[in-house]
Structures are given as structure tokens and as C-alpha cells.
Design a protein around this ligand. Sequence first.
Ligand code: MG
Length: 274
Amino acid sequence: MNGDQDLTGQPNGVQPIAAAATAAGRVRELNEDAVLSASPVFAVADGMGGHAAGEVASALALEQLAAFAAEPDMRPEALLAAIEAANRAILLCAEQRPETRGMGTTVSGVCLGEVGGSAHWFVFNVGDSRVYRFAAGHLTQVTTDHSEVEELISAGQISSEQARTHPRRNVVTRSLGTDPAPTPDIWVLPATPSDTFLVCSDGLPLEVDDDEIAEVLALRLPPQDAADRLLSMALAAGGRDNVSVVVVCLPQTDELQPVDVSTAPRRRALGLEG
Ligand code: MG
């Protein structure tokens, strides 16, 4: 611990502002999604498994990330360890409670941490929930879906429009709750005050296309208003799946100066392997 860090371990005490919204939708009885807004970690998990086991898996995953959010160690390696812990927690629970056997969950999100003495976002993903970044008027999907339809799109066999209605659009190729543990994707992006991140489950892009999402984020509404509006749009368009959104941005200030590197925590390992 040192004087340049606040209690959440964020450089210069920069606090993201964020808000979440989630709903079962208009077709499904249960909401097996879960959301986490525990600065500096923001995430969505979309659980799967019969008899309500999906909501056990998504809750377990975000519990582990909430515990990570309370730690001072905000490095990519520590984030990967937390995701691995989430995988183990799900497997252990499935062993102890046979009715939850086979459960799993996606997990996607952003975490504000530090690399080389300055603030960076770590974007992470396992499965087909998504992280979008809205910057300079443009929306980009940062994460790549781990799904069968994404593989078909990459192979040029179907279009993204066809993927939306494809019979196997729900089949994910990576999820938490598997042995061996899935490899999470992780991106490290410099933090700038102008970026807005949107973390969402697949129930949002199923109903709302990227242009419509971009229009809402361009309004620069307070995060709760943006999250509520995106959720309402997904419900109005059909709400065929559980829908979850977390909107995250940084305060519009000049405070994102590099911290004093002589006292900043060092990255103990440069490689991402534990
Ligand atoms: Mg879903």
C-alpha cells in the first residue's frame, strides 16, 4: 500500500461512475443474468443450466469478482486469478449440489487498474456477453464472442444479421464452470476520460443493434439513465432473453495523470501466466 493509492487501489483515486440494469425480459420466467458494479470492477454474467442453476453460476462468478474488487491488487494477473477462482467455485458447488451439475456462466467486464504507473482499463471476456467501447463518437465491440455463430461469421459462412436468428446462436464455446478452466480474453487499454464502456449480456444485442446503442451513448446521459434506456429498448423490441447492462465512464476531469512511478506497485510478472 502506498500514498498514491486510495482504498480501492486505483491510481490517483480516480473513481469510475457506473450504473447497472437487469431484467428477466418478456419471455423467460427467471433472470439467470447477474450484474456487478463494484468499483473498480464492472461485470455481467449470463448463467446457463436447468432448474435455476444458471443463476447460481452467474452469482458465484460475480461473487468472486466482487471479492477481487475489494483487493488492492489491480493487475491483469490478479484479475485472471479471480476469474480462475470463479471457475473453481462453480465446479465445487456443482459437485456439492447435484441439482446444479453442468451449470455454467459467461463473464464479461471492465476493471480500472494500473499498468506502468498509469490508469488502464482491463477488458475481459469468457463467453458471449460483450464489452463495447464508445469513444470519439464511435461504438466498437472490444470483446469477441466465444460462440458457434461467431465462428461461422469468421469463416464467412453467415452474416452477423443471420447470426441473430441462427438456431445455434445460444451455443457458447467458452464458459466458466468447465474443467479444464477456460482461457479468458483480456485487453489492456489506456484510460481516458472520454471513453464510455458498455458491458451487456447477449439479450441486449439480440434486440438492439449497434447503431441504436451508439445513439444512446452519444447522448452522454448519466450512467443510470443510459442503462435504463438501453434496457427499456431491449424490452420494447421483444425482450426474448434476459437483458443486463452496465454503463461505465470516468468523470470528465484532467485527473488521469500518471502516478508517481517510484512508489506505484510494480508488476511482479510481465507475462499473464500465474
Ligand atoms: Mg443470455
